[in-house]
Design a protein around this ligand. Structure first.
Ligand code: HEC
Ligand code: HEC
Length: 377
């Protein structure tokens, strides 16, 4: 049902905008969705992208689609799994981030290894622990021969047969994903809509901690007129890498050697947990990026437990305690050598901690708050 709303939203905005579509109208609290000049939105393209997103035939077993791990009923994640499960129940190394509002990210994946939604979308199909295809040929074969796809691709891109490539597949999927945006949360009504009753007193106090003593806002940004809750940058906040400090030098060395010899980063980081913990270093080869990951958006965060790139923190309370300890999950543990300067002990009281957790509960958009209630029935 929600996906239909997504389509309608796309259609409606199209009708309401003039010919040049560079941005799409957005819900309260969000900026317009950036639309690349070479991939304009259209209702038919969005619909085609939605079909591709849900098609299990793009996996080697015929059992896994994008929606398996990014399920609309689970706020486009696979919560409560710690790390994702692909074909044959093979486990990856990372927690599935939500696709909701991914349209606003400058780089995709926890380590930012892809520059756009278009480029991101081709990787899972050929990752051995996700959709498991040996290469993209089976995808091309299907879209060139399945009558429904032949018709839809012809209508959207005016191409058929060998003219169809992964470019069109990537564009359609990305167009669909750009309709999955959600704002309009109690926080948005409080802060941008001027409704002082939209948040509870605990949530309002928690917001003050978020902006002040907790210093969360320095990475999870809030602007005057909109809030993405991410600076779209990469930081080491002491997750994963803390548990492998002795191994870092050796692993980094082995990894770089394999990469020079043509090793595939996407496969490497999703098949070995320790390699995964190298974070953005695996992409840039820069020591400054060791163990750093993209700042997550906090929108709808109460719906997508567990947390962090490795799914190691089960609750929002555990997350806040980790920050309060200055970047270690267990108080007194040693911080890692690459920890961001922005992470220091916060000296929050028990009440400030629970207020902060309450505040994050005010970031849930109405469509996902409802989806959970229906899912529980
Ligand atoms: C087996 C589960 C699985 C499948 C199938 C899967 N994903 Fe994902 N997805 C993940 C995981 C895990 C990550 C994080 C991986 C990483 O950061 O290295 C991710 C990351 C993403 C991101 C990046 C979000 C961000 O915050 O940067 C997008 C977008 C996305 N997936 C879309 C898709 C699309 C489109 C498909 C289908 C072509 C797909 N996924 C198939 C598990 C899956
Ligand atoms: C120095 C930048 C920085 C600061 C300050 C910061 N965060 Fe984060 N936050 C991040 C990054 C980076 C991640 C992802 C880290 C990872 O997965 O390894 C993250 C992840 C999270 C997550 C989990 C997101 C998910 O999808 O799993 C939550 C919740 C969170 N932060 C809340 C907070 C709160 C609350 C504060 C303030 C107490 C805070 N953050 C302060 C950068 C920061």
């Amino acid at each position: 049902m929600r996906i239909m709303k997504g389509y309608l939203f796309g259609v409606w905005t199209l009708a309401a905008t003039s010919i040049s579509l560079t941005a799409m109208a957005a819900p309260l609290g969000l900026p317009p969705v950036p639309i690349p000049a070479d991939n304009p939105q259209s209702p038919e393209k969005i619909k085609l992208g939605g079909k591709l997103f849900h098609d299990k035939r793009f996996s080697s077993t015929g059992q896994v689609s994008c929606a398996t791990c990014h399920d609309a009923k689970k706020t486009f994640t696979d919560s409560p799994l710690r790390v994702s499960q692909g074909i044959n129940k093979l486990k990856g190394t990372r927690n599935a981030p939500t696709v909701v509002n991914a349209a606003y990210f400058h780089k995709l994946f926890w380590d930012g290894r892809e520059p756009s939604l278009e480029e991101q979308s081709k990787d899972p199909m050929v990752n051995p622990v996700e959709m498991g295809l040996p290469n993209h040929q089976p995808v091309l074969k299907l879209i060139r021969t399945d009558p429904e796809y032949v018709k839809a691709f012809k209508a959207v891109f005016d191409k058929s047969g060998d003219q169809l490539t992964m470019e069109e597949v990537k564009k359609a999927i990305a167009s669909f994903e750009r309709t999955i945006v959600a704002g309009d949360s109690p926080f948005d009504h409080y802060y941008f809509g001027g409704d002082k009753k939209a948040m509870t007193p605990a949530q309002i106090r928690g917001f003050q901690v978020f902006m002040g003593q907790g210093r969360c806002v320095s990475c999870h940004t809030v602007e005057q007129d909109q809030a993405l809750f991410t600076d779209n940058r990469f930081h080491n906040i002491g997750i994963g890498i803390n548990q492998m400090q002795k191994d870092v030098a050796r692993l980094a060395d082995t990894f770089l050697k394999a990469k020079t010899q043509g090793g595939n980063v996407d496969k490497a980081v999703l098949s070995d947990p320790k390699t995964s913990n190298l974070g953005r270093f695996a992409v840039t080869d820069a020591l400054d990026d060791m163990g750093s990951f993209k700042t997550s958006t906090l929108r709808n965060i109460a719906m997508t437990a567990p947390y962090m790139h490795d799914g190691s923190l089960k609750t929002l309370k555990e997350v806040v305690v980790h920050y309060n300890n200055g970047g270690v999950t267990k108080k007194g543990d040693r911080v890692n050598d690459f920890l961001s300067g922005g992470i220091r002990p916060l000296n929050l009281s028990e009440r400030q901690i629970s207020d902060l957790v309450a505040f994050m509960g005010a970031l849930t958009s109405p469509e996902y708050a409802k989806s959970v209630k229906t899912a529980k029935k």
